[in-house]
Design a protein around this ligand. Structure first.
Ligand code: PEP
Length: 251
């Protein structure tokens, strides 16, 4: 089955309001009317509204990097997925490795986030991936199985609103990239797990993106793998000069 290539930029805690707005305009202009690839950007919360305005009229998807696992309440400093939806956000990232490993988010928390985000009518991008120690201990598939279990809260009719991003932690922001073969092997395993949780048709339809030091120079080779449907890009998504060629590699 052919899946539409999906390229996403995770801007993390970078950029000013002015720079984020300019980058949004650059991504929108680069994407143009292209309907052969999906492109999303994930700015910081405080830039979402500015970026939304600068993406207006384009088909670039607006994403948020995180949300809380509750609709509303006394949770100082947290952001509800319903607030994001109200702001015009279309997709929310759940379980980025920095959320798991820097902020200690547990599998229970992430399951709650997936559930409530879908209920708020946001699409979900679930990030999974092993640490270097886990890979060296041959635990990669076990880790993926544990992390992908968050999808068990997704109703089958909502499976089409979920994207998976496989991001080996040791490759994020390090300049180290998984070889295309290593990435393909992990993606095939993710697809097998999706089939186990839902069914084969959902597994064939669900996009699985690769993330971890993707750049213009390695994007095309990674994207040519049969189970790699796109890329989640951090550092190289912060300027259109770097991100543009990655978008074009999807063609
Ligand atoms: C990420 O933040 O999801 C990521 C993959 O970052 P980088 O591309 O910088 O490794």
């Amino acid at each position: 089955m052919s899946r539409t290539p999906y390229l996403a930029g995770n801007w993390k805690m970078h950029l000013t309001k002015r720079k984020a707005s300019a980058l949004a305009r650059g991504v929108a202009a680069h994407q143009g009317e292209n309907g052969n690839r999906k492109v999303a950007v994930f700015p910081a919360f405080v830039h979402l509204d500015h970026v939304r305005r600068n993406l207006k009229g384009s088909n670039v998807i607006l994403g948020a990097q995180n949300c809380y696992g509750k609709k509303e309440g006394a949770f100082t400093g947290e952001i509800s997925p319903y607030m994001l939806r109200d702001m015009g956000v279309q997709v929310v990232m759940v379980g980025h490795s920095e959320r798991r490993h820097v902020f200690g988010e547990s599998e229970d928390m992430l399951r709650e986030k997936v559930k409530i985000a879908l209920r708020a009518k946001l699409d979900v991008m679930l990030c999974v991936g092993e640490t270097l120690a886990e890979r060296e201990a041959n635990d990669t598939f076990r880790v993926l199985a544990r992390q992908m279990r968050a999808l068990k809260v997704v109703k089958p009719e909502h499976a089409s609103r979920v994207t998976v991003a496989y991001e080996p932690v040791w490759a994020i922001g390090t300049g180290e990239t998984a070889t295309p073969e290593m990435a393909q092997e992990a993606h095939a395993e993710c697809r097998r797990l999706i089939a186990e949780i839902f069914d084969e048709a959902s597994a064939q339809a669900m996009p699985i993106l690769y993330g971890g030091s993707v750049k213009a120079g390695n994007a095309a080779e990674l994207l040519s793998q049969p189970d790699i449907d796109g890329a989640l890009v951090g550092g190289a998504s912060l300027s259109i000069d770097d991100f543009g060629p990655i978008l074009d590699a999807a063609n």
